[in-house]
Design a binder for this molecule. Structure first.
Ligand SMILES: C[S@@+](CC[C@H](N)C(=O)[O-])C[C@H]1O[C@@H](n2cnc3c(N)ncnc32)[C@H](O)[C@@H]1O
Ligand SMILES: Nc1nc2[nH]cc(C(=O)O)c2c(=O)[nH]1
Ligand code: SF4
Ligand SMILES: [Mg+2]
Length: 238
C-alpha cells in the first residue's frame, strides 16, 4: 500500500470514526504505566515501516479487510482485519464486554493519523483516562488530559520525521533501542527537539534481544532514565 493510498483511506473516515484492529483488556506492559490494568484499542494503518515492528499486521488499511465486530474480537492470530466503530460504539463495547479498567491505551498502527479528540471527549466524560502510544510523526490530536507516550522513529523506511511539537507534548519518551547508535540518535533528537522538564525518558530494548537489554540497562543507570521491557512478552500475555 502506498503512503498516498493509506492517507486517502485514513481521510475517508469522518472525525470520531475509527478502524479498530483489536479491542481487549490486559495489563499495560510498557512505559511508566506498566502494571496498570488497561483497555487496549488498536487502530489500523501505519506508514512508518519499522523493520522490527511487532504489529506489522496493522500497517495496511484496505477496505477489503473491513469486517464485522464479532470477527475482529474473535481473532486468535494477528490479522489486518478491522471493524469500523465510532466513539459512542467503542464506549458501548467497553460496557458490553464488562471491562473494569479505567485506563485506555490507544495504539496501533499509528493512532495519530486520526483525530482522537472526539474519542477522548466521549471516554473522558465516561470517567476513563487516556494514554496514546505514538511514533511522533503525525500531529497529536487528543485532549489535554491524555497521557502521551512518544516512541520516536528515526530513519525508518516511511521517511517520516518526528515532529518537534510531538516531542514537546510528550509526557513520556519511550525509545526502542538495540545498538549504541540508537542512543546517539536519541541524544541528537533531544538536542534538536527539546522535551518538557517533567517528561519521563525510557529505553525499550527491541524484541527482548539480550544485548539490547544489557545496553538499555547500562544506559538507563548512567543517565538516570527508566527501563521499559515489554513485560507482557515476558509474561506471554496480550
Ligand atoms: C506497535 S507500536 C504502535 C504505536 C505507534 N505506532 C508507535 O510506534 O509508538 C507500540 C509500541 O511498541 C514498540 N515496539 C514495536 N515493536 C517493538 C519491538 N519489536 N520491540 C520493542 N518495542 C517495540 C513501539 O516502539 C511502540 O513504543
Ligand atoms: N500488554 C501490552 N502492553 C502494551 N503496551 C503497548 C502496547 C502496544 O502494542 O502499543 C502493548 C501491547 O500490545 N500489550
Ligand atoms: S511506527 Fe509503530 S506501528 Fe508503525 S511500524 Fe513503527 S512500531 Fe510499528
Ligand atoms: Mg504491542
Amino acid at each position: 500500500m502506498t503512503d498516498l493510498s493509506l492517507a486517502s483511506a485514513v481521510a475517508s473516515y469522518a472525525p470520531g470514526v475509527y478502524p479498530v484492529n483489536e479491542l481487549f483488556e490486559t495489563i499495560q506492559g510498557e512505559g511508566i504505566y506498566t502494571g496498570q490494568p488497561s483497555i487496549f484499542l488498536r487502530l489500523q494503518g501505519c506508514p512508518v515501516g519499522c523493520p522490527w515492528c511487532d504489529t506489522q499486521h496493522t500497517w495496511a488499511l484496505e477496505q477489503s479487510d473491513a469486517a464485522p465486530y464479532g470477527e475482529v474480537i474473535a481473532k486468535t492470530e494477528p490479522s489486518p482485519r478491522f471493524v469500523v466503530l465510532n466513539a459512542a460504539q467503542i464506549l458501548a463495547k467497553f460496557h458490553e464486554r464488562g471491562f473494569t479498567a479505567k485506563h485506555v491505551v490507544i495504539t496501533g498502527g499509528e493512532p495519530c493519523m486520526y483525530d482522537l479528540n472526539p474519542l477522548a471527549e466521549v471516554l473522558e466524560a465516561a470517567g476513563y483516562q487516556l494514554q496514546i502510544e505514538t511514533s511522533g510523526t503525525f500531529p497529536i490530536q487528543t485532549s489535554a488530559k491524555t497521557w502521551v507516550t512518544v516512541s520516536p522513529k528515526l530513519d525508518m523506511p516511511g521517511g517520516l520525521h518526528v515532529l518537534p511539537e510531538a516531542m514537546a507534548r510528550a509526557n513520556e519518551i519511550k525509545h526502542p533501542i538495540a545498538m549504541e547508535k540508537h542512543i546517539e540518535a536519541l541524544d541528537a533528537l533531544l538536542a534538536r527537539c527539546p522535551v518538557a522538564e517533567h517528561t519521563v525518558i525510557a529505553l525499550q530494548p527491541i524484541s527482548q534481544r539480550p544485548r539490547a537489554t544489557e545496553l538499555a540497562i547500562k544506559t538507563c543507570i548512567e543517565r538516570n532514565w527508566r527501563l521499559s521491557v515489554q513485560m507482557h512478552k515476558y509474561l506471554a500475555i496480550e
